[in-house]
Design a binder for this molecule. Sequence first.
Ligand code: SF4
Length: 358
Amino acid sequence: MSEMTPIGTGLNPVQESVLAVLEVPADQRPVFPRDIRITAKERLEDAINDKAPKLADGDHEVFFNKHRLSGVLGCEEKFLAERFHKFEWNTKNAVGTVSHKALELAFNMEGGINANDLADAAVEQLVMDAVEQMMSDNESMAAFLQDCSEADMATLKSGVVERVSKIVECFPPINNSMNPVTETRLAGTLLGGKVRLSGVVDLVLNPGAGEPAGAKEAVEDGESWSDKSDGDKSAEADDGLVANKVIIDFKTGWQQPNHRDDLRFYALLETMRSGVPPRLLMSLYLDDGDLSVEEVSQELLDATIRRVADAIGRHQELTQDKTTPKKNTGPPCNWCTLQVECEEGTKYLEERTNYVNA
Ligand code: SF4
């Protein structure tokens, strides 16, 4: 994939639009305060203490990922009914993870390849390699893949072929200077372990890291960042820390407001993890080739802190204080386990069907 097409030539319009937002001159990247890691964490802990005052002194712990955040801030009835449902892999929800592992392998392949090679000939091998490579860091996924029937594996591979092909069609070729990392996990621990936050990002790019104009390269343990291969690079400017990273989610289906919220949550986690916020958040919609891009700012991080604290506060009210949950209709009604018995959800879905068929 790294040599697939020379960057800047032979790209389709969607690839060009993605490349345009990735290629920002070094001296135009935002600079954040050096203490932003500490202040972000302190502000989040203060906001959580404000919204969920019993949490710090209680003996229970809470865990939030993007699904639980949007769940508790969405339809509370649905959230409470489904909060103990055990996640299980299937041929649909495994497509993303296996595809991103296939992409990771593609990034490291030598020589020229193209989308058709990936889609038609190489995917089977990439999927099987992915199974082996995921054994250590994702046991449940590996177990699911190993137990897959022939028919299920064929279904899964078909989904992987489609997703990988669309990503390659929509995304410009990645070269090593972008330091691509797929399926990277971010986590945060707050209030002495009372609150744990977690997220998994589809793709992180760190283009031109360590090369901002007038900046000095960050060095750790005597090793240049440019010698490291994990893409975890940052750079210092005279007045702060330069943001380089681009966090990318690949999406299928329609655009939803919570997609942007998910990326903002990742930005906050990355800020608390590495001490440098990402520069840009990008959702790439594979079905229609649309791009949603947002620059990371202090205001964005502050809004995200408020959203996370609101969710944790409301979670406490619903689960500890036993506040009556509210219903909130929306796209999640489509896959809600309460749908059959829910008047509001049924009415909402009927109206949606009428609207689509009009
Ligand atoms: S069907 Fe919709 S409104 Fe009803 S409980 Fe489910 S998500 Fe909420």
